[in-house]
Design a protein around this ligand. Structure first.
Ligand SMILES: [Mn+2]
Length: 322
């Protein structure tokens, strides 16, 4: 069985590289950390790698500063593990390190996983890679300590929308219940993950909400974020995340649009739709792509021009529905 092969490979290895995906999320960081702690407890050497910075929201986790974005000099690894990566490009600048490793493992739950490693521990029924790592730690006959429990709980909570998305299973709750037995302050973790926000983020949100414009009998909601909004609020690019949901959550809205001005001649659009409307169809009109419910595009036109074209196109799609 795959999991036994993973246990064997880890048991034999001396120095292991653990790589989380580009633009890491709670599942990637939490799963990497839990794996790192477990490997350390087996008295082996390990390094944590990630191309992009750990999101600020996860700074409450111990050891996030151990993630390096450059390969440690004069180090060679006999095993490399890709965590929460659906394909090899998700490894970013560590793709080379992975390809040159004598043995590779991928631990992942994406249904789009390409099976790019020597050993692929992929379970598409798992709500988070954190669930798979939990099972692996059990197989390694290790006890779960508080730091490991905290990292795994964060991984699973963030990938399930705090246990509310459709991927949340009985197994998810069973694992979370067990993790909660290891001295976790659940109120503190959810406060850090979901309630505490930077002042810059709130100022940006306030400006974005102020831009709200409704079209087509309140079926379309549009938000815009300008360069000036970003500059004057000192917000980070990641602070724009989730803002579109405020438009999407308005009752009766079938299409939510967020236009983010990149510079004077280009914008990024994000689209969210409900039921009838296909977001990817609208995005493809602007050479973008995505899924039925969520899509986006980068457009080389000024904000004002995009607004006009986008609304025209969206209105005609809405009319087709009636
Ligand atoms: Mn994940």
């Amino acid at each position: 069985m795959t999991i036994e092969n993973v246990v064997n490979a880890i048991s034999k290895a001396k120095n292991i590289a653990i790589i989380g995906h580009i633009m890491p999320d709670g599942d990637a960081i939490g799963s990497c950390l839990a794996l790192y702690y477990s490997i350390k407890r087996l008295s082996k050497k390990a390094s944590l790698y990630c191309t992009d910075k750990v999101p600020q929201i996860l700074n409450f986790l111990k050891d996030v500063d151990r993630f390096k974005n450059e390969i440690e000099p004069n180090t060679s690894y006999d095993l490399t593990i890709a965590v929460d990566c659906s394909d090899i490009n998700r490894l970013g600048s560590f793709k080379e390190l992975f390809l040159n490793s004598p043995l590779t493992i991928a631990i992942d739950h994406h249904s789009s996983n390409t099976g790019f490693a020597d050993i692929n521990l992929v379970d598409t029924n798992a709500a988070a890679t954190g669930e798979i790592v939990y099972g692996l730690i059990e197989k390694l006959s290790l006890e779960i300590d508080t730091d490991t429990a905290k990292a795994l709980y964060t991984a699973i909570s963030t990938d399930t929308g705090h246990f509310s998305f459709s991927n949340t299973s009985t197994e998810t709750f069973t694992i979370a219940a067990d993790l909660s037995r290891h001295g976790l302050d659940l109120e503190y973790i959810s406060r850090r993950l979901y309630r505490v926000k930077s002042i810059e983020r709130i100022k940006l949100l306030s400006r974005a909400l102020n831009s709200l414009t409704m079209y087509a009998n309140n079926k379309i909601a549009m938000l815009t974020i300008t360069q000036r909004d970003m500059l004057e609020t000192k917000a980070m690019p990641s602070d724009t995340e989730n803002i579109i949901n405020y438009a999407k959550e308005i009752e009766g809205v079938v299409l939510a649009i967020l236009i983010k001005e990149i510079n004077d001649t280009s914008v990024k659009i994000s689209l969210r739709t409900s039921e009838e409307l296909d977001a990817s169809e609208l995005a493809s009109y602007f050479d973008g792509g995505g899924h039925k419910r969520a899509a986006g595009a980068s457009i080389n036109k000024p904000l004002k021009a995009v607004k006009g074209i986008l609304i025209d196109k969206a209105m005609s799609l809405i009319k087709e529905l009636d």
